[in-house]
Design a binder for this molecule. Structure first.
Ligand code: GAL
Length: 333
C-alpha cells in the first residue's frame, strides 16, 4: 500500500512537471528580446542567421542559415520557421541540406538565403550567396520548391548581370515587384529586378557606388530607405542608411543608423520588415549578432525603427512587444 502510494505520488509529480513544461513550451516568449537566446516551439535557439522573411497570408516564414552545432561539415543548411505574431516561431523544416553543388571545396559557403514566392510558376524561389572558402566564386545560388517549407532543390548558380555578388538582400515592393540586392565588390551596392519567373535577373535598377554588405530596403511613406554595413567580416561596424524617392536614385548621402560607437549595438543588418497594422505601420530592423567561433550561438537584434521624413534611427535595444493586428509596439523602458 505504502509502495503504491509512493509510486502514485511520483507519477503525479512527474505528470505535473510534464504539463508545466509543455505549457511553457507552448507559451514561449511573447516579448522579443534582442540579443538573447530566441527559443522556437521546441525550446531550441532559432537557427535562421543572415535570414529573410516571406509573408504568405497571415503567416510569416523566417528562413536563414542553420548553423546548429554538430551538423555535417560538408553540407550547408537552411532552416525555416513560421509565425503569425513575429514573436513565437514554430520550426517547420530544414529546407536545405546541400552538399557542395559546384565543387567549391572544403569551406564552401551558402549564406544569407532569401525566399520569394512566384505566382506565375507557383513556386518558391530561394536565392543565397554561394562561394568557395576564399570568397572568390562570388555568385548567387537558386533553389526552388513547390511548397513553402518543403525540401528545396538546387537549380543553378550564376553571377547576377555578370557581376560579383557576395552578401545578398531581398526586397518586395508594395506593388509586389521582387528585387535582389547584392554586394558587388569592385563597384558597390546594386539593386536588381528579378525576371518574371524569378529564376534570373531582368535588369539593374541602380548601382550605389558604396561598398556595403547586409543590404536591406524598405518602402515607407513614399520614400525608399536602404541600409547596409561596412565590410568588416563578422565584426560589427556602424551600419548606415540612405533614402531615395525612386529605386533608381538619386540616393542621399549615407548616415549612421545608430551612435557609431555602438557599432550597431554589435549587429549587422540583414533585412527590414514592414508590418502594416490597422493603427500604424512599424518597420523592424533585423540584424545578426555574429559569434564566428560559435556560429550556432549567433543572436538576433530585432528592433522597431524610428523612421519617417527621410530619417531612420535604431534605438538602444530593449525587450519589446508587437501587436501584429494594430502594428503598435511597446518597448520596455
Ligand atoms: C560578412 C557577411 C557575412 C559573412 C561574413 C564572412 O561581412 O555579411 O554574411 O559572409 O562576412 O566573413
Amino acid at each position: 500500500m505504502l509502495f503504491l502510494a509512493g509510486t502514485l505520488s511520483l507519477f503525479f509529480a512527474l505528470g505535473i512537471s510534464l504539463i508545466a513544461n509543455s505549457a511553457r513550451a507552448a507559451d514561449g516568449p511573447q516579448t522579443i528580446c534582442p540579443g538573447e537566446i530566441w527559443p522556437d516551439d521546441r525550446g531550441q535557439h532559432i537557427q535562421a542567421h543572415g535570414g529573410g522573411i516571406l509573408k504568405r497570408g497571415d503567416t510569416y516564414y523566417w528562413f536563414g542559415e542553420d548553423r546548429t552545432r554538430g551538423l555535417s561539415r560538408d553540407k550547408r543548411y537552411v532552416a525555416c520557421y513560421s509565425s503569425t505574431d513575429l514573436a513565437h516561431w514554430t520550426f517547420r523544416n530544414q529546407v536545405v541540406a546541400l552538399a557542395d553543388p559546384e565543387n567549391l571545396g572544403p569551406g564552401w559557403v551558402l549564406e544569407r538565403p532569401k525566399v520569394f514566392y512566384n505566382s506565375q510558376s507557383n513556386k518558391f524561389v530561394m536565392y543565397a550567396h554561394i562561394d568557395d572558402g576564399r570568397y572568390k566564386y562570388a555568385s548567387v545560388a537558386v533553389l526552388t520548391c513547390d511548397t513553402v517549407h518543403g525540401n528545396y532543390r538546387y537549380v543553378k548558380s550564376f553571377r547576377p548581370l555578370n557581376h560579383e555578388s557576395r552578401d545578398i538582400g531581398q526586397f518586395i515592393d508594395d506593388d509586389g515587384t521582387a528585387y535582389l540586392i547584392f554586394e558587388d565588390r569592385p563597384y558597390g551596392f546594386r539593386i536588381a529586378k528579378l525576371s518574371a519567373d524569378y529564376m534570373s535577373i531582368e535588369k539593374e535598377m541602380c548601382l550605389i557606388p558604396r561598398h556595403m554588405e547586409g543590404g536591406a530596403l524598405v518602402h515607407y511613406k513614399g520614400l525608399y530607405y536602404a541600409i547596409g554595413s561596412s565590410l568588416t567580416g563578422w565584426n560589427p561596424n556602424p551600419n548606415r542608411f540612405a533614402t531615395a524617392t525612386n529605386l533608381a536614385g538619386p540616393w542621399s548621402e549615407f548616415k549612421n543608423i545608430a551612435d557609431p560607437e555602438t557599432k550597431t549595438y554589435g549587429s549587422q543588418s540583414t533585412m527590414m520588415l514592414k508590418v502594416v497594422g490597422t493603427k500604424t505601420t512599424t518597420v523592424i530592423f533585423m540584424g545578426d549578432i555574429w559569434r564566428p567561433q560559435m556560429q550556432w550561438d549567433s543572436r538576433y537584434l530585432w528592433m522597431p525603427l524610428e523612421i519617417g521624413d527621410g530619417k531612420l534611427w535604431l534605438s538602444k535595444p530593449a525587450p519589446w512587444t508587437l501587436d501584429i493586428k494594430t502594428g503598435e509596439v511597446t518597448v520596455e523602458k
